[in-house]
Design a protein around this ligand. Structure first.
Ligand code: SAH
Length: 220
C-alpha cells in the first residue's frame, strides 16, 4: 500500500505493537509485522483519529465498527496465513483488516453487505493502493466464482456455520469465524476442512462482534 508516513502516527503505532505483545494471546510475529505496516488512523473516521492506536473498536459508517487491533491480531494469528494464499474476508468494513491481510502477502478477496461502506472503503483502497478483489454482496454466499480459498476469515458474528462458505474452503483449508449460540453467547471457532465431507471444529474463547446479517443493504 502507498501512504506518507507521519512520525507522530508511526510512533503511536510502534507503541500499539508493544502493547499487543503483552496481550494474553501470543500473536504470530508475521502478523504483528503486517499490522505494524498499516496506518490504522487512515481507516478511522476523522473524529476518532486520536484513538486510532488504542486497542479499541471505533464507530465507522452504517453503524458498524472497525475491529479492535487485538482482535485483528488474534483472528489473523489463528488463520496461519502464508504469503500467496487465497483468503476470503467476510465484512470488509473500514478495510483495516483487509489491508493487514494484504500486508501479510495474501491474495485477498473481501465482501461487505453495506453499500455505503463498500463505496467509501473501495475509494480508500484505490487511494492507498491496497490490492484486493472486493465486492458488495452477502457474505453468507461467499464468492463461488473465486473459490476454493485456502483461508476464510469472518469479522461479523454468524448464527450458524455458513454452508456455502464451508463448501468454498480448500481441503486442508481453514476458516476462523465467530458464531453465536442460542443463549446469545458468541465464541470464536476454528474450522478445518479435512476432506470433501469432513470438518474439524475447535471452539475457542468467547468474543463479541457486530452481527452477520443476510442480504445487501443498498441504503446510502
Ligand atoms: N474488519 C472490519 C470489521 C467491520 S465490522 C474492520 O476492521 O473494519 C463487521 C462488518 O461485517 C460490518 O461492516 C458489517 O456490515 C459486515 N457484515 C455483516 N454481515 C455481513 C454479510 N452477511 N456479508 C458481508 N458483510 C457483512
Amino acid at each position: 500500500m502507498n501512504f506518507v508516513e507521519e512520525p507522530k502516527f508511526a510512533a503511536r503505532r510502534r507503541m500499539m505493537i508493544a502493547q499487543l505483545k503483552t496481550n494474553k494471546f501470543a500473536f504470530a510475529a508475521d502478523v504483528l509485522d503486517a499490522i505494524s505496516q498499516v496506518p490504522r488512523h487512515l481507516f478511522c473516521q476523522p473524529m476518532y483519529i486520536a484513538s486510532a492506536y488504542e486497542d479499541v473498536t471505533l464507530p465507522i459508517a452504517a453503524k458498524q465498527t472497525i475491529s479492535q487491533p487485538s482482535t485483528v491480531a488474534r483472528q489473523m494469528s489463528l488463520l496461519e496465513l502464508k504469503p500467496g494464499e487465497k483468503v476470503l474476508e467476510i465484512g470488509t468494513g473500514s478495510g483495516y483488516q483487509t489491508a493487514c491481510l494484504e500486508a501479510l502477502g495474501a491474495e485477498v478477496y473481501s465482501i461487505e453487505r453495506q453499500k455505503v461502506l463498500y463505496d467509501l472503503t473501495s475509494a480508500l483502497f484505490k487511494k492507498l493502493n491496497v490490492k484486493v478483489n472486493n465486492i458488495c454482496g452477502d457474505g453468507y454466499l461467499g464468492m463461488p466464482e473465486h473459490a476454493p480459498f485456502d483461508k476464510i476469515i469472518v469479522t461479523a458474528g454468524a448464527f450458524q456455520f455458513p454452508p456455502k462458505l464451508m463448501a468454498q474452503l480448500k481441503v486442508g483449508g481453514m476458516m476462523i469465524i465467530p458464531v453465536e449460540d442460542k443463549s446469545g453467547v458468541s465464541n470464536m471457532y476454528r474450522v478445518r476442512r479435512v476432506d470433501e465431507t469432513h470438518f474439524d471444529v475447535d471452539k475457542l474463547e468467547e468474543c463479541n462482534f457486530v452481527p452477520m446479517l443476510s442480504g445487501v443493504n443498498n441504503a446510502l
